[in-house]
Design a protein around this ligand. Structure first.
Ligand SMILES: [Zn+2]
Length: 308
């Protein structure tokens, strides 16, 4: 099993206000964890530049122009209540898209069986025309569309285990049965969407969890809602919106997952990638705000990806 890792120093230059949870140290913590010798076999690559036109796979031109025009020449600018941009944010966001689309290319060409992308800013809260929740562009949605347009994928499944609901991904694919969007998340919690009755064109599967839930509730939601939906959908590609803020140490939520839960979920999705997708699986970092919990959870996830 070949697992590729994409990351890039530009991601550290997307700056947020002092004290903001979505900070460059998140990627430093992941990089340090992945220095361990058990990751020696990782195929490490620097993220390639992104094509601005790839943004248009999930967002209108007017939105791309609005974000680009908002990027400051110095200091920080607030794009929404909790989403900021700094002078290098455009390049960082574009390079996150570059890695997400390259990861899709890699699993379709066979250059890698699966790929993990350690990038920022994250993407799953970015709606078609709205930046929010630390996100500018929806990396997972762009990757899914890229797989369809460039590689002829007919059905793409996006599994989002970030502790927050991916309202942006749900918004973008609400009317599109060719993309299955499945999410486990704490509810109620930001952004407020993700009720199980939100089903789109029958392609949206929400499996909300309650504050205090632990691994067994997460596994039950995955088995009864998410994995069963994937089995019925038979995707050509699985994309994971891999947030690690459902870890018990995370300061932004109250779900109590441990590293083994992420290992388990990764294994279940790999098994389905093998069964339906010729192993093709792309995992994109979303949230995770406790540096230790983020690092150990990411290590468990990537380690499992390498085992296949
Ligand atoms: Zn989150």
């Amino acid at each position: 099993m070949t697992t590729r890792l994409y990351t890039h120093p530009i991601y550290l230059e997307h700056l947020t206000p002092t004290g903001h949870p979505e900070r460059p140290d998140r990627l430093r913590a992941i990089a340090q964890a992945l220095q361990d010798e058990r990751f020696d076999a990782l195929d490490r690559k620097e993220s390639p530049p992104g094509d601005p036109d790839a943004i248009l796979l999930a967002h209108p031109l007017s939105y791309r122009e609005k974000v680009e025009a908002a990027i400051p020449t110095e200091g920080l600018v607030r794009i929404d209540a909790d989403t900021s941009a700094s002078p290098k944010s455009w390049e960082a966001a574009l390079t996150a898209i570059g890695a997400a689309t390259a990861a899709v290319d890699d699993v379709f060409s066979g250059a890698a069986d699966n790929v993990f992308v350690a990038s920022r800013p994250p993407g799953h809260h970015a709606e078609r025309e709205t930046a929010m929740g630390f996100c500018l562009f929806n990396n997972a949605a762009i990757a899914a569309r890229h797989a369809q347009r460039k590689h002829g994928a007919e059905r793409v499944a996006i599994v989002d285990w970030d502790v927050h609901h991916g309202n942006g991904t749900q918004d973008i694919f609400w009317h599109d049965p060719s993309v299955l969007y499945c999410s486990t998340h704490q509810m109620p919690l930001y952004p407020g969407t993700g009720d199980r009755h939100e089903t789109g064109a029958g392609n949206i599967v929400n499996a909300p969890l309650a504050a205090g839930d632990e691994g067994e509730a997460f596994k039950d939601a995955m088995r009864t809602r998410v994995l069963s939906a994937i089995d019925a959908f038979k995707p050509d590609l699985i994309i994971i919106s891999a947030g690690f803020d459902a870890h018990h140490r995370d300061p932004l939520a109250e779900i109590n997952l441990v590293e083994d839960d992420f290992d388990w979920a990764t294994g279940e999705l790999l098994e389905r990638a093998g069964r339906f997708c010729s192993n093709r699986l792309v995992s994109l970092l979303e949230g995770g705000y406790d540096l230790q919990g983020l690092a150990t959870s990411t290590a468990a996830h990537v380690s499992r990806l390498m085992k296949g």
